[in-house]
Design a protein around this ligand. Sequence first.
Ligand SMILES: [Zn+2]
Length: 442
Amino acid sequence: MAERRKLILVVIDGLTPDVFEAAVDDGVAPALSFLAAHGRYGRGVSTFPSLTPVCLSSIVTGAHPDVHHIPHLVWYHRGERRVVEYGSSFAAIRAAGTRRSILDAIFNMNEQHLGRDAVTIYEAVEDAGLTAAAVNVTCYRGRTPHRPLLPGATRPAYGPKRFFFYNLFESDITGAPVAFLGRSVGSIDAYAGAVGRWLVTRDGFDFLFFYLPDYDFASHALGPAGTQEALARSDAAIGALIEAAGGPDEFLERYAVIVCSDHGQTQVDRVATLQSSFAGLENVIVTASNRAGMVYGDDPAGLARRLDGSPATEVVLYREGAEAVARRDGEELRFAPSPGGWSTTGDPSILDQPQALERSWAALANPNAGELIVSPPPGVELADLAGRSHLGGGSHGSLEAGDSEVPILTVGLDRAVPERIVDLAPLALEHLGVGRAAHAAA
Ligand SMILES: [Zn+2]
């Protein structure tokens, strides 16, 4: 039997299928074009809300938020009676408390918020005696403690054996440059490229999660159609891996590859606030950012009616008994899982977005989600804690196809290209001979 190839999972944050397909055709991205010429490609669907902490947790655990419990970029922690803000904007981080937000984003998301029953791909790979590596991924939970590199800081983060996180944690000395300066010119992807080069040169992993966030940063600022330069820089980081292997043929001989993004992006031309619909109500907490919102409070049906006609709202989701309700301007669709599919009553066009029944149900079944989850109309972004937005640029988070569809390219894998990001971890584990994670969806 041929030796099983190692696997590299590359996630280019926020890359849309349109941009990926065009770049592969016109040669803007030579490394991606090379991989596409040797692989299979399809469009897949993200999770909901389609925001990075939620999506990366879904990719890493092979599960929707009902299992991994990360609900949003910003959410209300019922047990601790406080807002958790992972980083909607610098102003929102300040509004939530800078120190607390940094601890939430760097440590607590993995150590406390990520569901105990979820199994990360690093845990599954390393429990099978293989070595996992993660570069800059926000969902990194593993079993090896790593001390922070900041002077005076001692709290360890538990990651895979090979763990690199924005110069804060580095399991090995690689000589890669500092990542925080020069974000808009791709400094973090350049750091990832340098670390990836080191890892490939030493053949230092069986599974590598290679996460490239700078594309999303550019797309938020410039809009999803203005990002060719940013894509060229992400492509260069992938090119560094190919070079380090000794060239394209050697690279494909050694590694199977999955390239995808975590969510899409759509253009923002209006900003709305969710909070204003609940002014004066006590015991109602609203968390909103990008293109998704949560409302925490009693009487979800009554709270949902307040959003009828709101410019912040296209679809409002909530649970009522054994069913879920999707409400759009007074019309309703009721739905629940049934053997072999879904039982629904009402207007099916309310949830005709990609895989919307499954994604909505799983988002509502997350114990950290609000009683209401709000998906805004196309073009609308919800102002964050500090009133910030990406007006004139791009955003994502909703159920809409533009926010939800992702490119998925597989190279050297036997199976058909998956149609959901939650299928990527089971596919990778099967390829590595590790078997499927216990919780993974059928
Ligand atoms: Zn983003």
